[in-house]
Ligand binder design. Structure first.
Ligand SMILES: *[C@@H]1O[C@H](CO)[C@@H](O)[C@H](O)[C@H]1NC(C)=O
Ligand SMILES: *[C@@H]1O[C@H](CO)[C@@H](O)[C@H](O)[C@H]1NC(C)=O
Ligand SMILES: *[C@@H]1O[C@H](CO)[C@@H](O)[C@H](O)[C@H]1NC(C)=O
Ligand SMILES: *[C@@H]1O[C@H](CO)[C@@H](O)[C@H](O)[C@H]1NC(C)=O
Ligand SMILES: *[C@@H]1O[C@H](CO)[C@@H](O)[C@H](O)[C@H]1NC(C)=O
Ligand SMILES: *[C@@H]1O[C@H](CO)[C@@H](O)[C@H](O)[C@H]1NC(C)=O
Ligand SMILES: *[C@@H]1O[C@H](CO)[C@@H](O)[C@H](O)[C@H]1NC(C)=O
Length: 594
């Protein structure tokens, strides 16, 4: 019995010793010396002394315990290295963490606003080193201090990237000087809380890249992240806070975001199979795309690519501030208004489709009002220069207003947003007139190309049929189809009816024309080639149709249909009726819309 008791006692002793070694905390009177470490409860992270890269200096840091290549996520004394192995980390009665060197000099310490009776430092399983009262649970609101409030170059799941708008604390990533030196480097990746919060990358004190403000789904200037099985993310903005945060769905997956010494933000995932951190996206100032460079075109100008080189163009209604410089591709001074604003009575707004919304540093938002109320609000204030939808989810809501020169706009065909820019009414009338004539030319080109294709095809079919009559053969199926269905206006019309008109558009046709305008042009073009001349719109109607002032009827089947058998057997009345073969004779009455 006594032996049995002793056995239990011994095993208890052993387990106590093991726990002591694998502790996750530093208590009063305890300390961590160089060579010793503490490990988080689930063995995800480890804290201790290390030397980065080729450096001999010693730093206190946190790294992944399970990752075979030492990956440091946080450094305490990044700007105050210790030259030897004599460093000691401990906690004081007041609850501050202190790092001493062998002369008992305080190399680094934390700062707490309140004290605890029984302070304890704990390395949590999230990689967060926190100081709290030993009697408290892990409620972040009661932490005296936490490393998650003092980021280095790494954003871990659950960390906030952003500002506490009440205390003014801003948590941002700052790069290491080099792989051998964790001291604060040149780059900062942060939420700039001024105006409407934006995600930006700073080099020194200059913004390099601007991802933009949050539109409910993503940053306005960067492509939407595809839904992925690895992580979820959120952006929170209220009276107290503005921050971005990502979370990992599967806790056994290791993922982090890091700002490297060259200013590139990587999103990485640990792949056990390859034993490497694999990158799955990046946000970088080191890019060939100069349009991404912050304010590359200056104020009231938009950056786009023409023949593979970046080109700045003044927004419509604006002219280069310094035309000589502008001609020599020195775009930084941007553009100015061609016509002075007339304020409340004399102004209107011109819609710019699919652009990267300008810098919101001096912008203002009302999350509750609609776009039409937004327009009224902007018009009322003479210093308001533009407005846009704040939240693009569902049908869109909220109102963004700008009050300064519009900076850092670029063309973003797929993910851009509509921006409404204030101009003098006379200027808008001018621009509308120009746009009208451009549209007229475009529709003429489309109608002409439809006719041309038709003519060639008719000729081909005519020759073929003559040959067939001469040799009295049955046509092979494929040629019949070719002569019946495939000719362009019919094909165009069919794609339209099937709701796939986009397939008609040759992208190189006209880059300056928005998709919806192009579709309208095709729609009008199809109306112009309808079979019955009385169905075709008159020229004046065409103009109204193109300006978007008329709703358009569904186009009926185009003319010059060659065979009597309808190629489609759908229920639409215009399709199912018999088509007289006499339409074989091309009448160029078509060219003259009534
Ligand atoms: C401790 O740090 C102080 C301040 O940097 C320095 O003057 C002193 O030499 C250091 N002591 C040792 C042993 O490195
Ligand atoms: C540093 O402080 C410890 C404990 O307070 C003391 O034992 C030691 O002698 C001190 N060392 C120096 C170099 O002052
Ligand atoms: C510590 O906090 C006080 C008051 O909050 C502040 O004045 C001081 O600059 C802080 N010190 C450091 C090193 O952050
Ligand atoms: C989590 O990830 C691990 C490793 O990739 C995988 O083995 C496991 O099945 C995943 N668990 C879930 C619930 O997806
Ligand atoms: C700029 O270039 C355009 C055409 O290249 C020219 O018409 C215009 O006069 C030039 N303007 C100035 C101020 O040099
Ligand atoms: C916005 O609308 C929400 C709900 O519709 C309401 O709770 C909130 O008070 C409104 N905010 C403002 C500033 O009007
Ligand atoms: C116009 O808006 C600016 C910026 O929000 C504001 O400072 C100014 O007072 C407003 N003016 C009027 C007349 O409301």
């Amino acid at each position: 019995m006594e032996g049995f008791m002793l056995l239990i006692f011994c095993s208890l002793m052993v387990s106590t010793v093991t726990v002591a070694i694998a502790t996750d905390s530093i208590t009063l009177g305890q300390s961590i010396r160089d060579g010793e470490t503490i490990v988080s409860a689930g063995e995800g992270f480890e804290l201790g002394f290390f030397s980065p890269g080729k450096s001999k200096s010693r730093y206190v840091g946190i790294w992944y315990k399970k990752v075979s290549t030492r990956t440091v996520t946080w450094v305490a004394n990044r700007d105050a290295p210790i030259s030897d192995h004599s460093g000691v980390l401990s906690i004081t009665q007041q609850g501050t963490l202190v790092l001493l060197n062998s002369s008992n000099y305080t190399v680094w310490s934390t700062n707490v606003s309140r004290t605890a009776k029984n302070p304890i430092a704990v390395l949590l399983e999230t990689g967060n080193l926190v100081v709290k009262d030993g009697n408290d649970d892990n409620n972040p609101d009661r932490f005296l201090w936490q490393s998650f409030d003092h980021l280095c170059d790494t954003l871990l799941p659950g960390m906030k990237l952003g500002a506490n708008l009440v205390s003014g604390l801003n948590r941002f990533l700052s790069s290491w000087k080099s792989l051998d030196d964790p001291a604060e480097g040149e780059f900062k990746h942060m939420i700039d809380p001024r105006g409407v919060p934006q995600l930006v990358l700073y080099k020194g004190s200059v913004i390099q890249l601007r991802a933009g403000s949050w539109n409910g789904l993503r940053w306005t200037g960067v492509p939407q992240l595809k839904p992925n099985p690895v992580y979820t993310f959120e952006f929170v903005w209220n009276a107290n806070e503005a921050f971005y945060r990502f979370n990992i769905e599967n806790s056994s997956v290791l993922s982090r975001m890091v700002l490297d010494p060259a200013g590139v933000v990587h999103r990485l995932i640990w792949v056990e199979r390859t034993n490497r951190w694999e990158s799955f996206s990046r946000f970088s100032g080191v890019t060939l795309d100069q349009c991404e460079k912050y304010a590359f075109c200056g104020a009231y100008a938009s950056c786009g690519f023409k023949m593979n080189s970046p080109v700045c163009e003044c927004l419509e209604g604006f002219i280069p501030k310094f035309p000589d410089e502008w001609n020599f591709s020195d775009w930084s001074d941007g553009c100015v208004r061609r016509t002075k604003l007339g304020c409340e009575k004399g102004d209107g707004f011109l819609k710019h489709k699919s652009v990267k919304l300008p810098d919101t540093r001096h912008a203002w938002v009302d999350k509750n009002i609609s776009l039409s109320e937004c327009e009224k609000l902007c018009l009322k204030n003479c210093s308001c220069t533009a407005y846009a939808t704040a939240d693009i989810r569902e049908r869109g809501s909220g109102c963004l207003l700008w009050f300064d020169g519009l900076i850092d706009i670029r063309e973003l065909s797929e993910i851009g947003q509509d921006l409404y820019i204030r101009l003098a009414s006379s200027e808008i009338a001018n621009i509308e007139r120009k746009r009208q004539s451009r549209k007229k030319i475009l529709v003429a080109i489309i109608v002409l190309s439809i006719l041309l294709a038709t003519g060639l095809l008719m000729l081909g079919c005519f020759l073929y049929r003559r040959k067939r009559k001469l040799s009295n053969q049955e046509a092979p199926q494929s040629v019949q189809i070719e002569c019946n269905n495939q000719f362009y206006p019919f094909q165009a019309w069919r794609l339209w009816i099937e709701g796939r008109p986009v397939e008609l558009i040759n992208k190189s046709l006209d880059n300056s024309c928005a998709l919806s305008e192009l579709l309208r042009c095709i729609h009008v073009g199809l109306l112009c080639v309808q079979q019955a001349p009385e169905d075709r719109p008159s020229m004046s109607t065409v103009v109204l149709m193109l300006s978007g002032e008329r709703s358009l009827p569904q186009p009926k089947q185009p003319g010059f249909f060659t065979e009597s058998k309808p190629p489609l057997s759908e229920s639409s009345s215009s399709i199912s009726k018999e088509i007289p073969s006499s339409t074989n004779e091309i009448t160029f009455s078509l060219l003259e819309p009534r």
